[in-house]
Design a protein around this ligand. Structure first.
Ligand SMILES: Nc1ncnc2c1ncn2[C@@H]1O[C@H](COP(=O)(O)OP(=O)(O)OP(=O)(O)O)[C@@H](O)[C@H]1O
Ligand SMILES: [Mg+2]
Length: 310
């Protein structure tokens, strides 16, 4: 669906994309993750020919992409990071305008606009001007404008920034539905839990370069991150902690505030630890396994925490 090879994009001295690569298959929800200024928006804008780039190759639907490829563009939906609609027009008129860029048949357009209104939950706001809408509703209008022509490939650039949890859930469910109705999705976000929930594959970028690419499982396996066994409200002396540390497949261990945190070299260590605790009459309240999540991976590969860019 998308092939991007060695893309380079400079804004004067700033190298926004530095040999950026991307491969998205038909039917995927693909995550594009990176901290502020890492090049996510620039990547999307280059791919869909909104901005020129310096070198590299871009293929969409198996064809080389360029600004005048109207047949490709009409199969693309773009929900930009910055809200993009006209304040002079009503909700209905805005969606109708964007649908009108690709759909010329009046009746068909009317049907599609109504479907987009329904899909984004804007039924009660048809005649509102955008400046009368809440932040969450503006985001939904932004989405309606981007998807109303029923594109096969949709780019969402941080669609849930600064929206309340209810609107956010509606947006996420909507994206899943668009995908199950056949659209391929590229999704950027700072919210790891969203990407974990939505995307089957992802690439983490920083300074315009791909740092790591794959499924969530492949990515956590590629990094050195280990699952952790957390044991709460446990009374154990130092000597026993040191003994656990020497058991097979234990990477590291910390004991603070009655919580024992053990980094596991293999899941096989769990049984051995439980047996050890039992044999030594060591009691605890609960025990759980914390799997490395994408936040941990992100921190590991970029050295940065994810931040919200509200
Ligand atoms: N129009 C522009 N002119 C000059 N520099 C730009 C322009 N747009 C982006 N940049 C720079 O290019 C780099 C990549 O920016 P980009 O907006 O693509 O990042 P991003 O990953 O989308 O960030 P964010 O998470 O904040 O949206 C940054 O250093 C940014 O300052
Ligand atoms: Mg951006």
């Amino acid at each position: 669906m998308i092939i991007v090879k060695d893309l380079i994009k400079r804004y004067k001295e700033i190298v926004a994309l530095d040999n950026f690569n991307l491969r998205v298959e038909d039917g995927e929800i693909y995550g594009l993750l990176g901290p502020n200024g890492s090049g996510k928006t620039t990547a999307i804008s280059s791919i869909i020919s909104i901005i020129p780039y310096d070198s590299g190759e871009i293929y969409l639907f198996g064809e080389k992409m360029s600004p005048n490829k109207f047949e490709i563009k009409k199969n693309i939906g773009y929900v930009p990071q910055e809200l993009a609609f006209m304040n002079e027009l009503t909700v209905y008129e805005n969606i109708d305008f964007f649908a009108g860029l690709y759909i010329y048949d009046k009746n068909e357009r009317k049907k599609l606009v109504e479907e987009a209104i329904d899909f984004c939950g804007l039924e009660n706001f048809r005649k509102f001007r955008p400046n009368k809408l809440s932040g969450g509703l503006k985001r939904r209008l932004n989405i309606a404008c981007g998807i109303c022509h029923r594109p096969k490939l949709i780019f969402f650039d941080e669609p849930t920034v600064a929206v309340d949890p209810q609107s956010r859930n509606k947006i996420l469910e909507g994206i899943k539905e668009l995908n199950s109705n056949g659209s391929t999705i590229v999704y950027t976000s700072h919210y790891m839990e969203e990407v974990e929930y939505l995307c089957n594959r992802l690439t983490i970028i920083d300074k315009g370069r791909n740092l790591i690419t794959g499924t969530k499982k492949q990515i956590t396996e590629k990094t050195s991150l280990k699952d952790k066994l957390i044991i709460n409200e446990i009374n154990i002396d130092r000597e026993k902690v040191d003994k656990i540390k020497k058991l097979p497949y234990i990477d590291s261990i910390t004991y603070e505030d009655k919580t024992l945190c053990i980094s596991l070299g293999s899941d096989m260590a769990i049984g051995t630890i439980i047996t050890f605790l039992k044999e030594n009459n060591i009691y605890y309240e609960d025990l759980n396994i914390k799997q490395a999540n994408l936040n941990d991976v992100f921190l590991e590969v970029t050295g940065k925490e994810l931040r919200d860019n509200v």
